[in-house]
Ligand binder design. Structure first.
Ligand code: PLP
Length: 284
């Protein structure tokens, strides 16, 4: 399997990352995960747009245009013959030596870009059975809209869930539910879908955006409003969403079942509508 290193397809063992790379020393960088179905990238433009938006927020000058990046990613998918799988890509601000917190001037360093693929089939069984989660205070920073490679707060939350034998952690600030450690979260109550509004407290999930679009098209009322931990625990249905999980039913929260503890009808419908959207771009 080839990987991308800067603007070339190379063997993984040929990639050389400097120990003073700011990604390694400061987590000074951004990432994206894009899914391929039938060898075609889904919502690639939206992922690339989010990368460019994030880069602007941290004054990182990307060394390619949107079109050049998409071209490169498609080359990688083709080269590695990926049918259903993920591209992980990341860009760091590059090397600053000696170590110095201040952003180096662009004349003195170049960003370092890498991307790799993995074959990952759709997890149909879990998408039917659902996942179990715990709730935790959201201890992360106040720029969760930036898809930063600095994920310590996220991985600590996920690790806490795994220690308890659960799959994910739903996070809350004060009483408001924000998102999960690696996905967005939405609830259904009396047939209305509630999800935290975009802003600095959550990552504006591309899967969530697709799901909200198809939900609205199907006549489901969608409210992008904050909801509380109490609302979460009294919801009829709860689901997490991300590029790799799609719409994932949450069937248990803090050891208590959500509804009857099974995937509910709205989440099932959203999963079907999502597949329709994928098929429009990627074929069936
Ligand atoms: N929120 C967080 C914290 C995430 O890490 C992710 C995905 O990695 C998401 C939300 C979902 O984003 P997307 O649907 O664009 O994959």
């Amino acid at each position: 399997m080839k990987v991308i290193w800067n603007n070339q397809l190379v063997e993984r063992e040929d990639v050389k990352i400097d120990m003073e790379d700011r990604g390694y020393q400061f987590a000074d960088g951004l990432y994206e995960v894009i899914r391929a179905y039938n060898g075609i990238l889904f919502t690639a433009e939206q992922h690339v747009e989010r990368l460019f938006t994030g880069a602007k927020k941290i004054d990182l000058i990307l060394p390619f245009t949107r079109e050049e990046l998409i071209y490169l990613l498609n080359e990688l998918i083709k080269e590695n013959s990926i049918e259903t799988g993920n591209i992980y890509l990341q860009i760091t601000r590059g090397v600053s030596s000696p170590r110095n917190h201040t952003y180096p001037k662009i004349e003195f360093t170049s960003p370092v870009f890498t991307a790799s693929t993995t074959v990952v089939p759709r997890n149909l069984e879990t998408m039917k059975d659902g996942i179990k989660v715990i709730t935790l205070p959201d201890m992360r920073w106040l720029h969760c809209d930036i898809k930063s490679i600095s994920l310590l707060g996220n991985i600590m939350a996920k690790h806490e869930a795994h220690k308890k034998g659960k799959d994910e952690a739903i996070l809350y600030r004060d009483e408001a539910v924000t998102e999960c450690s690696a996905s967005n979260v939405s609830i259904i109550k009396n047939k209305i879908l509630y999800t935290h509004p975009d802003g600095n407290l959550i990552l504006s999930g591309i899967t969530k955006t697709v799901l909200l679009k198809v939900a609205r098209q199907r006549g489901i009322i969608v409210k992008e409003e904050t909801f509380t931990l109490k609302d979460l625990k009294e919801a009829d249905e709860v689901f997490a969403s991300s590029t790799t999980m799609e719409a994932m039913p949450v069937v248990e929260i803090d050891d208590k079942p959500v509804g009857d503890g099974k995937r509910g009808p709205v989440v099932k419908l959203l999963q079907e509508l999502y597949v329709n959207e994928v098929e429009l771009t990627c074929g069936s």
